[in-house]
Design a protein around this ligand. Structure first.
Ligand code: ADP
Ligand code: MG
Length: 265
């Protein structure tokens, strides 16, 4: 099993000491070759779970009262920071909704890609630079030499997201975590970016795809889980069947809402 989340609970403690249970008794499994779609309305705990997998939540305020996150059999929650750093980027690639939050504003695009490559791969700077440029091309960036020398804020949102995808996928991670990877983009660009992610992730990697957009899930996911108020309330290994006959009333209402929105377009 590539990823096994067992009875995971994640809470946040605020400045007053109050505790907010953001994820409660979550159980999820992901094999290589699968795309697990995690859906649910805003605030249901999707990002809390996905960020926990890469141990990217600031802690404090986050803490883990319960559970394990087994990545290739190793518990991410008890892993040393040094080992975590080795996993991130190389074994676990992340693509987030807000690329500006993940790209450094101070460094040129190619330099950021090269730095990530050199952190994990034993290769020359020249080879790393070639690889970075190659990946900018792969994610559909046309004027690569210009974009490579640009700073993140000089790019459009769609371009930034393409760079994030290159960053997340270029080292061939076993697990890709994509949290609302297209939510901030124009509808036309969304489809292109999704296609890219579909084409570029390795066939034997597992993808944890977080989205509130059921259309995205129906296009991409091989299995899915629905979250509500921090809990997984329904899981399905057969998305087509799920969309045809959702069991939980909340899943039914999610699908109804999504259909209504589609009609309004
Ligand atoms: P989703 O991704 O489904 O929209 P989140 O996981 O972001 O949901 O949020 C779940 C709950 O956790 C919310 O109540 C949110 O306020 C809380 N939360 C998320 N991140 C933090 C944080 N860094 N500090 C405090 N509370 C947080
Ligand atoms: Mg979120």
């Amino acid at each position: 099993m590539l990823l096994k989340i067992e009875d995971l609970s994640v809470s946040f403690r605020n400045d007053d000491g109050d505790v907010n249970a953001a994820a409660i008794d979550v159980n999820l499994e992901l094999e290589r070759g699968e795309v697990l779609g995690l859906v649910g309305e805003s605030g249901s705990g999707k990002s809390t779970v996905s960020m926990s997998v890469a141990r990217l939540l600031p802690s404090p305020p986050a803490f883990y009262p319960k559970g394990r996150i087994l990545f290739d059999g190793e518990d991410m929650l008890s892993m040393k920071l040094e080992d975590l750093r080795k996993k991130r980027g190389k074994k676990i690639g992340v693509v987030f909704q807000d690329p500006m939050g993940s790209l450094s504003p101070l460094h040129r695009i190619s330099d950021q890609l090269v730095e990530t490559i050199l952190l994990h791969e034993d290769m020359s700077k020249k080879a790393a630079n070639d690889m970075a440029l190659e990946w900018l091309g792969k994610v559909g960036i046309r004027n690569v030499p210009v974009i490579a020398k640009a700073y993140p804020h000089e790019l459009s949102g769609g371009m930034q997201q393409r760079v994030m995808i290159a960053m997340g996928l270029m080292l061939g991670p076993d697990l890709v975590i994509a949290d609302e990877p297209t939510t901030a983009l124009d509808v036309t660009v969304q489809a292109q970016v999704l296609k890219l992610m579909k084409d570029l992730h390795q066939a034997n990697s597992g993808v944890l795809l977080i989205t509130h957009d059921l259309g995205v899930v129906s296009q991409m996911a091989t299995k899915l889980a629905v979250m509500k108020n921090g809990r997984v309330i329904e899981k399905s290994d057969n998305p087509a069947e799920f969309f045809a006959s959702p069991k939980h009333p909340y899943s039914q209402s999610l699908i109804r809402e999504a259909r209504k929105m589609e009609l309004e377009y």
